[in-house]
Design a protein around this ligand. Structure first.
Ligand code: GDP
Length: 297
């Protein structure tokens, strides 16, 4: 499961302090060295680790910890607080447009989980708000992607608008939005194409769709299993599109967890949801404090 080895290493590092009564500055330095290594091994971005360790160290060599009778607990508390800070403090909810429809554009690399996440989110909105979403299939490069969305649509009673693969994605979105207006759908999900890596043509196409649709929300879906690379990908998309939120998928897998810790700090954009399985109900709101507790074990 995600974070298992990170959690274990952090617990080991801090556990050494538990056996001591009082601790010295040298003890703090030693534990911070171990924490630093644990994060780097979990594939957390180097700059994020550096800042994090510096902040925790500075707080930990303060009198309140060194003179405390329970220094290990104090350090856990500081690490926990700083983890929450790095991940954005509060849960951030989905943006909602003052007038319908709220348009949610899904972007990300191929296989990151865009189509699955769009469907999960649509199902969630239906359940929680009795929403009436329309899904637009704009990934024209992979016929399988359109079929996948249609299948998910059928299984979950979600209407899907598509025009096959011979029409440009911008045109599909334009026509899809007209249908949404006519049908008074309150949410529209635009499922866009992804590539194996970021390229100019993909970005231009996404920028064109953004310009036309003026989405309320551009959700970047990234695969947590890709660790450091997920953070780089997020940075790339964030430079070219007005990303409003991030969805971290596959946190149920054997991930090293680094992406959850780095992405917010590197992009400045909130993680809004996490995917924890392939099933439609396995999408959760991202709570920084819960994630910090999960990491600390
Ligand atoms: P897209 O190419 O970005 O649209 O990605 P898909 O939605 O097709 O997802 C790619 C694969 O990842 C599919 O097999 C999904 O079932 C799977 N997937 C998506 N989200 C999650 C998740 O949170 N956990 C797990 N385990 N698998 C996921």
């Amino acid at each position: 499961m995600a974070f298992e080895s990170l959690t274990e290493r952090l617990q080991n590092a801090i556990g050494k302090l538990r056996r001591k009564g009082k601790i010295s500055e040298a003890d703090v330095k030693e534990v911070m060295r171990e924490i630093r290594l644990a994060f780097l091994e979990a594939d957390v971005n180097f700059g994020v680790v550096k800042d994090f360790v510096k902040t925790v160290r500075e707080r930990a060599i303060g009198a309140e910890v060194l003179e405390s009778l329970t220094p290990a607990q104090q350090i856990v508390k500081i690490v926990n607080e700083e983890l929450v800070k790095v991940m954005g403090e509060e849960a951030v909810s989905l943006n909602k447009s003052p007038k319908i429809p709220t348009i949610i554009m899904m972007v990300g690399l191929q296989g990151a989980g865009k189509t699955t996440t769009a469907s999960k989110l649509a199902v969630k909105l239906k359940k929680e708000q009795h929403a009436r979403p329309l899904m637009i299939a704009a990934d024209v490069y992979r016929p399988a992607a359109i079929e996948q969305l249609k299948t998910l649509g059928q299984d979950n009673d979600l209407p899907v608008f598509d025009m096959g693969t011979d029409v440009s994605p911008v045109k599909i979105v334009e026509e899809g939005l007209k249908v949404a207006q006519e049908n008074k759908n309150d949410y529209v999900f635009i499922d866009t194409a992804g590539r194996l890596q970021i390229d100019e043509k993909l970005m231009q196409e996404l920028a064109d769709i953004e310009k036309l649709a003026q989405p309320t929300e551009i959700l970047l879906t990234v695969d947590a299993m890709t660790g450091q690379n997920a953070t780089e990908v997020a940075q790339g998309f964030n430079e070219q599109l007005n990303i409003t939120g991030i969805v971290l998928t596959k946190l149920d897998g054997d991930t090293r967890g680094g992406a959850a810790l780095s992405i917010r700090a590197v992009t400045g954009k909130p993680i809004k949801f996490i995917g924890q399985g392939e099933k439609m109900n396995q999408l959760d709101t991202f709570y920084p404090d819960r994630m910090a507790s999960r990491i600390l074990g």
